[in-house]
Design a protein around this ligand. Sequence first.
Ligand code: GLU
Ligand code: MG
Length: 449
Amino acid sequence: MTPEEVEAVCRERGIRLVRFLYCDNGGIIRGKAAHVDRLVDRMRTGIGLTVAMQAMNSLDQLQPVDGMGPVGEIRLVPDPDTFTILPYAPDTGAMLVDHVRLDGEPYEAGPRNFLRRMSDRMAERGMVFSCAVENEWSQALVEDGRYVPVDESLCFSTVGFTATAGATDDLVAALEQQGIDVEQYYPELGHGQQELSVAPRPAVQAADIQILVRETIRGVAAGRGLVASLAPKPWPDAAGNGGHIHFSLWDSAGERNVLHDPTGRFGLSTTAERFIAGILAHLPALLAITAPSFNSYRRLLPQHWSSAFVCWGPDNREASIRVPSTFWGMEERSTNLELKPTDASCNPYLAFGALIAAGVDGLAQELQPPEPIDVDPATLPDREREAAGAHRYPETLQEAITALERDDVLLDALGDLLARSFLAVRRSEWEAYSAMDEDDQYRGHFLKY
Ligand code: GLU
Ligand code: MG
């Protein structure tokens, strides 16, 4: 769409403000809004943003990062193809933006620019990385100033379907209105826990959709006086909220699923195995990007179906990478891989991009994955598990950050400015949350994601 076409839709639909949205290094969705009278101009010129914002952590504490001080400006330039009307906010639209330098070049610390660069790496190999996030969240009420689950329903139970039927219907309608294809919904294991999956798309589009899905889940709940939280661990004793990433690799025409080979192990190609090997080789560092909050590590425990060890396996829900069994009659189309240790406190542009960087390293080096694991790795004797290469991965954000600081492949992919700002932000969050009591740690995450 041209800016004039976007404006015309806004006039016709009575839209007054259009949000220019992005996701920052702390996984926080932020933005500024343009009035419809200024929309065409702002779509061309962008909206101004201080260069400091990528140094701001999720507690709004600005971190000292060279090049991100009080002097300097970039532009938030919207992608008109992402224009949508927000069903949960009156007379409001939104677009996802790119961070652009004043000289018109992509800003080095812009997350969407990073994912474009990584998508280009796939394109150089004649491939498209396609993915979707399977979001879990906690639907809560506020009682005496505390967040409590909206129901006490059991896993996949019809009591849970009934308890949240109205809110769920509103949510699905709101996603449909934004052109987002919903695949499945069900009440999950924890009280008030919900899960909804959407259709896969090429990486940048999938990340844009993930931002809109997160916003819609929270926005629709708020409209009903509820609080929806995608925080990785909503309450100490509750099931964690995962945001598993399902991905597949397609040829550039989008016709052939490159992961699929009917003669290969679990129907996977050599390319798939190398990609898996790359991800597992970089997993400790990758976690700093895919499970990047203090509370992410309260979710990632053995025997919690969220994975805790560096391993892969067919239909293994305790493996970091699950190879889901395919569907009858659509084996190629349904071949995909699922990364488990990831949650909605991540920035999806960074998470998908880092996943690509790790996988492509596996392709470039023709890495072999370790033997797949077809049991719960926690049940293996320690020695056997270690011998199989299924090491316990980082148990805290701090350990994951340290691993990232040592991972040249991921640091090179991020580039100097994005890497420095990301590490500064996430390290500062580790320090800030470490100094809080447990209640504040939970509350801090509950409200932000
Ligand atoms: N809630 C689990 C997690 O934290 C996932 C449960 C499942 O979908 O198998 O990842
Ligand atoms: Mg689930």
